[in-house]
Write a protein that binds this ligand. Sequence first.
Ligand SMILES: [Ca+2]
Length: 296
Amino acid sequence: MARSTLIYFLLLLAACSPQEKTAEKKTPQTMEYRGMTYVIIPEGDYEVGEKDNPDNPLRKVHLKSYAIAIHETTNKQFAEFANATHYKSDAEKMGYGKTFEEGMVDWQWISENGANWRYPFGRDADSAVNKPDHPVTQISGADAEAYCTWAGLRLPTIDEWEVAARAGVKSLFPWGAELRQGKKSHANVWEGESHRKNKLDDGFMYTAPVRSFEPNAWGLYDVVGNVFEYCSGDQPGAEPDTADVYISGRGGSWWCSVNTCDYFNLVAIGSMVKHGSLANQGFRCVKDIPFKIPSE
Ligand SMILES: [Ca+2]
């Protein structure tokens, strides 16, 4: 490790903020990097998956130390990257992105000319400039990787995502066993029998500003709902050698409903076209920690 990098990480660790202890397990520390807060996950063995689930079977995984962003990458953050590098996203190069509006039938998406991360629903709709704190969308998995690389980051693996999203719980959701417990909304998903009508109980038709809902026990926001989050690596049992064609996604999105894409939980692993761009797909980043952070 270069001396300057080592000093940087030592300073980062010195600035880590100890947080409250939970009843069961110590809450991880946090660190700041490029104006973003990251939760530091210690090296160790973790349990992921679900019993008898063929796509994500219950298993133990060993993870090295890493730090994960507390919220999804925003329009403002992606704009900093695009402005600094003049980056052209896949949707900008292809001239369209996939969009959806209330009233369409389930699973109906349209190719909207001019839709890209700057105009997630096309040029006639609101622009990302006016929603700086919303998660960036209409970026492909390849675009997300490009952002992470530029920022000295990377996408989480499917296991790193799940460990951080679970924050120590074994339930289907970070807050318990049911999507909706009591009257309180915990995540931004599609609420209604179909996509003809959204009941809007959670208050949002499309994306919500990051941190609109309570975080999980380790301080991560929107791990369920808002936007599908790209992850590296395939789900167990996936066809090999498809990494250039498909990319995994986790946590579901504002579009996902109980009768369609029921992926808004801690177990499901989605698969997307890697160079495809949709109005419900985004990401959060991970920072490698090049030395061991002990769990105790
Ligand atoms: Ca919603």
